[in-house]
Write a protein that binds this ligand. Structure first.
Ligand code: ZN
Length: 269
């Protein structure tokens, strides 16, 4: 009798699992999307290290061939006709300077392209001379930073947004350098700030100290399918689980709004 009950228990478990599989899981039958990672090695060492860390981290997310990852140090190899094949372009540590490359990227974004940028990808000053990119980013030129790199308490300003829905309302970042801007992205009607430096950090920094002020570090320009995250300095940026989770969330959110359709939506066949 005992063996009889065990048999039916096992059968019941099998039926439940089979049923749940059909309803709740969807394995990719082909790569769901294509992502291009742009970076430079002609930059300061800490930004090179972040590029390597970012490539390694996202490469880890390709296990199982769920999506296609390409990386390049030369965006000139990706004119618009090629760029538009990608569902997202990630600027890891730099932005292009070549006028043709800039124009192709602008066309890509204005035609529904997806973009995730980190740290120095948004750095710009008087020599940058790319007004469209300033509008796109929603921030002005670089103003100041704290120094040296250190962890910071971050405030998650909304947990309604898909990028932050599963995050605590505050978390401590990995060590990083954080930028403040001449024009606050929060002042733009088309910008939504998701995460900022907590005022509890002030005075923030040891050599270069920031004493006060609004310090957004992750935001989206709602006119585009984009998100910018300000961390990205050094080789230990991917050591904090909550921060890594937000990076994955950001990547997925941008992709989920692709004009080609949400690559994570269930197949309907
Ligand atoms: Zn930096």
């Amino acid at each position: 009798m005992k063996r009889f009950i065990s048999f039916f228990s096992a059968l019941l478990v099998m039926l439940c699992v089979t049923n749940a599989s059909a309803q709740e899981f969807e394995y990719a039958r082909a790569p769901r999307f294509k992502a291009l990672f742009y970076y430079s090695m002609n930059v300061e060492l800490a930004h090179q290290q972040f590029a390597q860390g970012t490539l390694d981290f996202f490469k880890g997310l390709t296990v199982g061939d769920g999506w296609t990852m390409e990386s390049t140090q030369n965006l000139a190899d990706y004119p618009y006709e090629r760029l538009k094949e990608f569902d997202i372009v990630v600027f890891i540590n730099d932005a292009p300077t070549d006028p043709k490359v800039r124009a192709d990227f602008q066309k890509y974004m204005e035609n529904g392209g997806g973009w995730l940028g980190f740290h120095a990808a948004a750095y710009n000053d008087a020599s940058t001379k790319w007004p469209w990119y300033n509008e796109f980013l929603g921030c002005g030129k670089f103003l100041c930073n704290q120094w040296p790199p250190q962890p910071a308490l971050l405030t998650v300003e909304t947990t309604v947004h898909p990028v932050t829905k599963n995050l605590p309302v505050e978390f401590v970042s990995a060590p990083s350098e954080f930028y403040m801007w001449q024009e606050n992205p929060r002042d733009k009607d088309n910008v939504e700030v998701l995460v900022s430096i907590s005022p509890k950090n002030y005075p923030f920094g040891i050599k270069d100290v920031v004493y006060s002020g609004d310090f957004p570090i992750a935001w989206t320009n709602k006119n585009f399918r984009m998100l910018y995250i300000n961390w990205g300095h050094g080789d230990d940026e991917y050591m904090e689980s909550t921060q890594n989770l937000m990076a994955v969330n950001a990547f997925r959110w941008i992709l989920s709004r692709s004009p080609k359709g949400n690559p994570f939506a269930k197949y309907t066949k």
